[in-house]
Design a protein around this ligand. Structure first.
Ligand SMILES: [Zn+2]
Length: 132
């Protein structure tokens, strides 16, 4: 057994099961409340981005801090590192690749981390991204 916290485990399971993690649901409802329409998990785009606003040419990615290894925030699991390290490294590499590909296609991309979503500033950040 490894030593993921309950929260990490449920975030991980949500990720494995598919999408619709809690942070993503929060961001979606914010964007919706700001009056924007969006598509979810567009399979035609690199990495099937979480929230796509085709008319605005914008994409919002909601990243779990553990799964996407948020720098200076996420902690590595204490055990089974031989299992986790390559896996998490792969995730990061994939994130970078997808981000580049999306930008090359002309999309503006905002990455939101799980840990910033509960901050009051999140709405300002979103608004600024969407309005400009
Ligand atoms: Zn974080």
């Amino acid at each position: 057994m490894d030593t993921l916290s309950k929260q990490q485990r449920s975030a991980l399971m949500a990720k494995i099961r598919g999408r619709n993690t809690q942070p993503e649901l929060i961001v979606r409802s914010l964007v919706h409340r700001l009056g924007y329409r969006f598509r979810l998990h567009d399979r035609k785009l690199p990495g099937q981005p979480d929230i796509v606003l085709p008319r605005h040419g914008k994409i919002i990615l909601v990243h779990g801090c553990f799964w996407h290894q948020h720098t200076g925030c996420a902690r590595l699991p204490k055990s089974r590192q031989e299992y986790w390290l390559p896996k998490l490294e792969q995730n990061r590499a994939r994130d970078t690749k997808n981000l580049r590909a999306l930008r090359r296609l002309g999309w503006q991309v905002l990455v939101l981390w799980e840990c910033e979503i509960s901050r009051p500033s999140i709405e300002t950040k979103l608004r600024r991204f969407l309005e400009t």
